[in-house]
Ligand binder design. Structure first.
Ligand code: AMP
Length: 572
C-alpha cells in the first residue's frame, strides 16, 4: 500500500512560526512548564528540591548551571541500562554522539522523540522561508549524507551520531519527501560503511540525475567543499563508469554495488557531455552549474568554523547562491535561518521558543559566577552571550559552549549570529584570542597567497609551551607549493593580525615568542578527519578542530609528523 504523503503547506508553517515568535516569553514559560512536568519524576530534578514548581524563577534558583562533565555520570548510567527515571520521566532509548571536535573524543548525549520532532520543525520552518525566496521544483537533491556506525551501548541502547539518529528515523524520510528534498542516492549509499565509497556513489547518482538536481547540500559546508575537491580527482573515472555502465572496482561493498547496478546504465552521451563540461572549465570555476544545470542553491551550515570554506565553495558555485542551514547541535536545535537571502557571512538564526528553554550568559571579561543569565526575550541587540539550554531530553541549564551575538529580533524572539566556541582560546598569559580571531588572522594572511594562485585548504592552531617563552603555532595545509619568501610574509602577517591588546603587548616584550607557521603535507587534514571518523564521528558532522590542545595528542601527532616546513615570524 502506498504511504500517505505528508502535505507541506509553507504558508501555514510560516504562519505558525510567526505566531510562536510573537509572544516568546509566554511560549518559553509554557515550554519550561511542560519540560518540568514531563520530567518531574526524574532523579536529577527530584534531588534539586523543585517540589513540582515549574516557574522560571524557582527553576533558576534550584537548578545549577552545568556542563556535559557534570551530567556525564547520569548519562553513562542511562547508557549502561539503568531503567529508573534518571534525567527524564520517560526512558531514553537512544544516545547521540557529538562530534567531539573540542575535546578530541565524542560525548554521549540523550536523544528522544521530542528532539526528533524539533529537528523536523526546524527543517520545515527554514524550508518554508527558503522555498518562498528560492522555489524548487519537484526534483531531487544531491545530498552528501553519511551515516556513522550505530552500535549498542552496554545497556542495549542504540548509539550513533545525532545526524545518523535523524537520518535513520522514519519521520526524516517523510519530511524530506514533503519538503521536496529527497536525496538522489539510494539508502545503501547513505548508510554505507565507507564514506569514500559513498561519496563516489553520491556523485555518480547526482550525475545520472543531473537534470533533476534542484539543490546540493550537506550538514556542514566543509563536506560539500571536500566532495568537490574529491570530484577534481575522480571525475574521469566517474565518466568511464557512466560511459560503460559499469561501476568502478573501487566500490567493494556488495550491497552498494547491487543498489548502484539498478541505476547505472551505459550512457556514452552523458559521459561525453560531462567530460566536455569539466574540460572547458578554468580551474574548476563554476563546476556546480556546469554539472547540474537546474540547481537552485547550495545549502549547509556555513557560519562559524565553516566560514573559511566559503571562498572555495563560491568558486565551485559560480553564480549559484549559497544558503546557510540552521543552528543546532547533537544536544538539540536552537534556531532556524528564516532570512535565506542573506549571504552566509550575515546569516542569523531565529530561536524557536517552543523547542527548549533558553538562557543567555552575558560575555564579560570576567567569567564570574555573578553574571546572571538572561531570558530569551531579555537579551540586548549587539551583545554577545553564551547559550544555556534546557531541553526535553534531560539537559537542564546546559552550557553548550557556543558564543552568539544578538543581531535583532523577529517579532519578540532574538535573531542570533553564531560567533564562536567559547572555550577555544589561544592563550599564553594575558592574551585571549578566540576561534574567530584566528579565522580573521588566517583570512588576512591567506590574501598574500592569492598572487601565487594558492589557497589555504584547512588550518588549525596550537600553543607550544615547550619553548621559553611559549608561542602560537598555526598549521596550514595549502593547495600547492608556495615560495619561502611568501610564507615568511604570511607568518609575519599572522603574528600581526592577532590584534588583541594582551597579545600585542606580550609580543612586544617577548613574553610570548614569535608565532610559528607550520606548513603540513597535502592530505594531513584528511588524516585528521579519518582519525575522528575512526572514533565514531560521522563525516556529516565533522568540523576541523581549530585549536589542538596538548591532551589531543593523536591529532597533534598527525600534524607534527606531517610538517614540511616552518616559518617563524620576525614581525616584532
Ligand atoms: P555537534 O553536536 O558535535 O555536531 O556540533 C554542534 C556544534 O556545531 C554547535 O555547538 C556549534 O558550535 C556548531 N554549529 C552548529 N550549527 C552551527 C551554525 N549554524 N553555525 C555555526 N556553528 C554551528
Amino acid at each position: 500500500m502506498l504511504e500517505k504523503m505528508e502535505e507541506f503547506n509553507g504558508d501555514k508553517v510560516i504562519e505558525e512560526f510567526e505566531a510562536l515568535t510573537e509572544d516568546a516569553e509566554r511560549v518559553q514559560r509554557e515550554t519550561l512548564k511542560q519540560i518540568l512536568e514531563e520530567n518531574g519524576s526524574a532523579e536529577y530534578l527530584l534531588s534539586l528540591g523543585l517540589n513540582g514548581r515549574t516557574d522560571p524563577e524557582s527553576y533558576k534558583a534550584c537548578v545549577p548551571i552545568v556542563t556535559h562533565k557534570e551530567l556525564e555520570t547520569y548519562i553513562q548510567r542511562i547508557a549502561d541500562g539503568e531503567t529508573v527515571p534518571i534525567l527524564t520521566g520517560k526512558p531514553i532509548t537512544t544516545i547521540s554522539l557529538s562530534s567531539g571536535t573540542t575535546q578530541g573524543k565524542p560525548k554521549f548525549v540523550p536523544f528522544n522523540d521530542e528532539l526528533m520532532d524539533s529537528t523536523m520543525q526546524i527543517y520545515r520552518t527554514s524550508f518554508a522561508f527558503r522555498n518562498r525566496e528560492f522555489p524548487i521544483k519537484n526534483g531531487k537533491a544531491l545530498q552528501f549524507l553519511y551515516s556513522s556506525k550505530q552500535f549498542k551501548t552496554k545497556g542495549g541502547l542504540l548509539a550513533g551520531t545525532a545526524t545518523t539518529n535523524v537520518f535513520r528515523n522514519s519521520q526524516y524520510k517523510k519530511t524530506m519527501k514533503a519538503i521536496q528534498s529527497q536525496c538522489c542516492s539510494p539508502d545503501e549509499v547513505i548508510f554505507g560503511p565507507d564514506f569514500h565509497q559513498s561519496l563516489y556513489c553520491h556523485f555518480l547518482c547526482g550525475l545520472i540525475f543531473r537534470e533533476d538536481i534542484q539543490s546540493i547540500s550537506s550538514t556542514f559546508a566543509h563536506s560539500i567543499v571536500h566532495s568537490f575537491r574529491t570530484f577534481e580527482k575522480v571525475w574521469e573515472e566517474l565518466c568511464i563508469d557512466i560511459q560503460d555502465g559499469i561501476l568502478s572496482s573501487r566500490i567493494t561493498v556488495p550491497f552498494i554495488r547491487t543498489a548502484m547496478a539498478k541505476l547505472l546504465k551505459p550512457n556514452p552521451e552523458l559521459a561525453d557531455l560531462i567530460h566536455q563540461k569539466c574540460s572547458s572549465l578554468s580551474n574548476w570555476y563554476g563546476l556546480v552549474p556546469a554539472l547540474f544545470p537546474n540547481v537552485k542553491y547550495i545549502y549547509g551550515i556555513m557560519t562559524g568554523s565553516m566560514e573559511p570554506y566559503l571562498k572555495k565553495l563560491r568558486h565551485y558555485a559560480g553564480e549559484i547562491p549559497l544558503l546557510s542551514a540552521d543552528y543546532g547541535s547533537s544536544e538539540g536545535w536552537i534556531g532556524a535561518n528564516v532570512n535565506p537571502k542573506l549571504p552566509p557571512e550575515l546569516a542569523t538564526y531565529v530561536v524557536l521558543p517552543n523547542i527548549g528553554y533558553f538562557e543567555f550568559i552575558p560575555i564579560t571579561d570576567n567569567i564570574g559566577s555573578e553574571t546572571r543569565p538572561l531570558g530569551l526575550t531579555e537579551v540586548k541587540i549587539g551583545e554577545e552571550y553564551e547559550i544555556l539550554f534546557t531541553n526535553y531530553a534531560g539537559l537542564y541549564r546546559y552550557r553548550l559552549g557556543d558564543v552568539v551575538k544578538v543581531m535583532g529580533f523577529h517579532n519578540s524572539t532574538p535573531e542570533l549570529k553564531f560567533v564562536c566556541r567559547r572555550n577555544l582560546l589561544l592563550t599564553i598569559n594575558i592574551d585571549k584570542n578566540t576561534e574567530k580571531d584566528l579565522q580573521l588572522a588566517v583570512e588576512e594572511a591567506a590574501k598574500l597567497l592569492a598572487g601565487e594562485k594558492l589557497d589555504v585548504v584547512d588550518f588549525t592552531s596550537h600553543v607550544d609551551m615547550s619553548t621559553e617563552p611559549g608561542h602560537y603555532v598555526i598549521f596550514w595545509e595549502l593547495s600547492g607549493e608556495a615560495s619561502q619568501e611568501v610564507l615568511n610574509e604570511c607568518s609575519n602577517c599572522l603574528d600581526q593580525s592577532f590584534i588583541d591588546a594582551g597579545y600585542v603587548s606580550s609580543r612586544k616584550v617577548n613574553a610570548i615568542g614569535a608565532l610559528e607557521l607550520r606548513v603540513v603535507r597535502k592530505g594531513t587534514f584528511q588524516k585528521i578527519m579519518d582519525h575522528y571518523l575512526a572514533l565514531g564521528s560521522a563525516v556529516s558532522q565533522f568540523k576541523t578542530p581549530r585549536y589542538v590542545g596538548p591532551i589531543n595528542n593523536a591529532v597533534l601527532q598527525i600534524l607534527c609528523t606531517n610538517v614540511v616546513n616552518s616559518y617563524c615570524s620576525t614581525a616584532f
